[in-house]
Design a protein around this ligand. Sequence first.
Ligand code: XMP
Length: 207
Amino acid sequence: MKHLILALDVYERERALEIAEETRAYLWAIKVNWPLIIGSGASIIGELKERTGLPIIADLKLADIPNTNRLIARRIFAEGADYIIAHGFVGRDSVRAVMEEGETIVVVEMSHPGAGEFIQPVTDELIALANELRPFGVIAPATRPERIAYIRSRLEEGIKILTPGVGAQGGSAGEALKAGADFIIVGRSIYASDNPRESARKIAEGL
Ligand code: XMP
């Protein structure tokens, strides 16, 4: 079972395809975020999927009214995305609009220091929302493994935990998995390294 997700936060199409092909043997999925979509267009989703055969997660962190979330999600799933990441704090109706279009992952906490200001205080409510709506998974921070353990203890079985914050942001992949994460998301430590293939191999084999 593979546990590693590559956060492919580069702008250029060629570079993205090159890194994806070099590292795909070690990955469960590839996560595409705004930098790559802005730099290369949404069609990069289908292209990455076709070239690698891997699931594609569109990390758009959707946080709009239900109709706009639906319009965006429909188009991004049509491009070939297998999962979309959406914010939960905008409410059940907005999350449901994405879930009606395809597999959804809900942010319940974030890895950066500012997450302590507004997101962390409502994590319990966001976990309750996930338990009620049962998305594919939730995002929880590898920078705070104790929070992963807390979220795991409250989250219903079968809902996956995907965790960014490993490497460049200081989190440890091993600790995150031990705390209950199902998948580790790594960006800069792979795509910005001198040898992305080797970096991905080392991280994947250490999991
Ligand atoms: P790095 O380069 O830090 O990239 O390994 C991490 C990737 O994951 C995203 N990210 C997050 N997404 N909640 C999220 O929903 C988070 O707490 C979080 N932290 C990082 C980031 O945008 C990048 O694509």
